[in-house]
Design a protein around this ligand. Structure first.
Ligand code: BDR
Ligand code: CA
Length: 313
């Protein structure tokens, strides 16, 4: 059984990933931590509480960062044109929720949970990596107690999606990402290079909803806004970035990986770019030296990733 803390900014593709983690028989979802990104932190937390309540997910929700690791960074914009004004495709959501967030900030929740179960907890981060970076700052030794870290973010051999260089989750907080990539733990990064190969058509989702009951119907309702956004980019369907990263946990054989230290560019025209120095390639001494070798996913069997999601959900 994989024990997972899901660090997320729901977010439409985040919602699908949450339902996948909840329903997969080999995954024990032990916590949900929120971060700003697809919407402000108050909304991503409310959305996480709403979804856990609707889907009977028992894992506690802890609210995380509302601003970047370096507070001096200028504020970004909310991608309302992708996820809607409320972050969940503008479906109706009650203003107040019966369920309450855990009293601790996300970084503290993460440290406490990992320290209580050393070596057993996987962190899956599919938003800005601010909470993970704050946890590393507060307790650098906890990194060694984490089983593994799986990240949705970055673009290595492709253009980004918020600039020619950068993908949204990294561009939104590059300093945090760089800390996470260079910390002494095992990180696997699933970026646009592979997530753009996992496109779920509207028909595929409709078939899932037809047999999946009210939970999947809710997911389908939330997803219509996102499908509309992707119409002009991938034709019929939606890119399921965050679910793709979650599938890596249970089906890593569907992915091709490359190892080597990773850095995030912090500032300048390539702000938020992710660069890996592949192991075995020799360069003059530089920014990648002395950092742990991490995995970047370079290819994926997209059809089989969809099957894993459908089977679980
Ligand atoms: C990532 O950015 C967010 O909009 C999505 O939820 C995903 O995590 C894709 O670039
Ligand atoms: Ca996300």
């Amino acid at each position: 059984m994989h024990k997972v803390i899901f660090d997320t900014d729901p977010g439409i593709d985040d919602a699908m990933a949450l339902l996948f983690l909840h329903r997969h028989p080999e995954i024990d979802l032990i916590g949900v931590t929120t971060v700003f990104g697809n919407a402000p932190i108050e909304l991503t937390t409310r959305n996480a509480l709403f979804l856990t309540q609707e889907w009977n997910i028992a894992a506690p929700v802890a609210q995380g960062a509302g601003v970047t690791y370096d507070p001096a960074r200028p504020e970004g914009h909310w991608p309302t044109f992708i996820h809607g004004e409320n972050g969940l495709g503008d479906i109706e959501i009650p203003e107040t929720m019966e369920a309450q967030a855990d009293g601790r900030p996300a970084w503290q929740f993460i440290i406490d949970t990992v320290r209580a179960q050393p070596g057993e907890v996987t962190l899956i981060a599919v938003g800005r990596m601010t909470n993970l970076a704050l946890a590393l700052k507060a307790d650098p030794d906890f990194a060694a107690l984490v089983k593994e870290v799986i990240v949705m973010g970055g673009a290595f051999d492709l253009n980004g999606n918020v600039s020619p260089a950068a993908e949204a989750n990294i561009h939104g907080d590059p300093e945090a990402a760089d800390l996470v990539f260079t910390a002494p733990w095992r990180v696997t990064v699933i970026g646009l290079d592979v997530t753009l190969k996992t496109v779920m058509t509207s028909g595929y989702l409709a078939e899932m909803a037809a047999v999946g009951g009210p939970a999947v119907q809710l997911l389908s309702d939330i997803s219509q806004f996102y499908i509309e956004f992707y119409k002009h980019r991938v034709g019929d369907g939606m890119v399921i970035h965050d679910s793709c990263a979650c599938v890596y946990l249970v089906a890593p054989h569907l992915f091709r990986t490359r190892s080597g230290p990773i850095r995030a560019v912090c500032g300048g025209i390539a702000d938020g770019q992710t660069i890996q120095k592949p192991d075995g390639k020799v360069f003059p001494p530089g920014h990648w030296d002395g950092h742990p070798s991490q995995l970047v996913c370079t290819d994926v069997d997209g059809d089989r990733v969809l099957e894993v999601i459908r089977a679980a959900i």
